[in-house]
Design a protein around this ligand. Structure first.
Ligand code: FES
Length: 137
């Protein structure tokens, strides 16, 4: 299983690879749903890419990815080991914790390797009219 290429300092400090949106107004949160305007989210154009949603306006940290299978997925962005953030692993159909433990999950949230003991939460996503809706309630 290939780990995401990160150096030891990035792993020790828990610095993830996935960016927050370049266009902060590409998403909004209301009534338990995050809506992302994909036309304003270039971070999600390439298979294996991802975007972090985290803000006071949203009750949960969320990792949204455009998977290697060209489908969108969204995860609670807290590793079940000690809560660090996750990154997609391009070409592997996996997401991986940014910490030293490198817990790795499949797109269904199940653990494939690492220190965590339970699965991560996977949120329902719906795509319509260029907008991706993530239901986090
Ligand atoms: S916090 Fe993810 S493996 Fe430790």
């Amino acid at each position: 299983m290939k780990p995401l290429k990160r150096n030891i300092f990035q792993r020790v400090l828990g610095i993830c690879a996935t960016p927050t949106p370049r266009h902060e107004d590409c998403w909004s949160y209301s009534d338990g749903k995050i809506t992302i305007d994909l036309g304003r989210a270039p971070e999600l154009e390439q298979p294996g890419s991802g975007l972090r949603i985290e803000s006071k306006e949203c009750p949960e940290r969320v990792l949204v990815i455009y998977g290697d299978d060209c489908q969108f997925y969204a995860f609670r962005n807290r590793c079940e080991h000690a809560g660090r953030r996750l990154d997609p692993v391009p070409g592997e159909e996996k997401v991986q914790c940014c910490s030293v433990g490198k817990t790795t999950y499949d797109y269904e949230g199940k653990i494939m390797a690492g220190s965590a003991k339970g699965p991560i939460k996977v949120y329902q996503v719906d795509l319509a009219d260029g907008k991706l809706t993530v239901s986090i309630d």
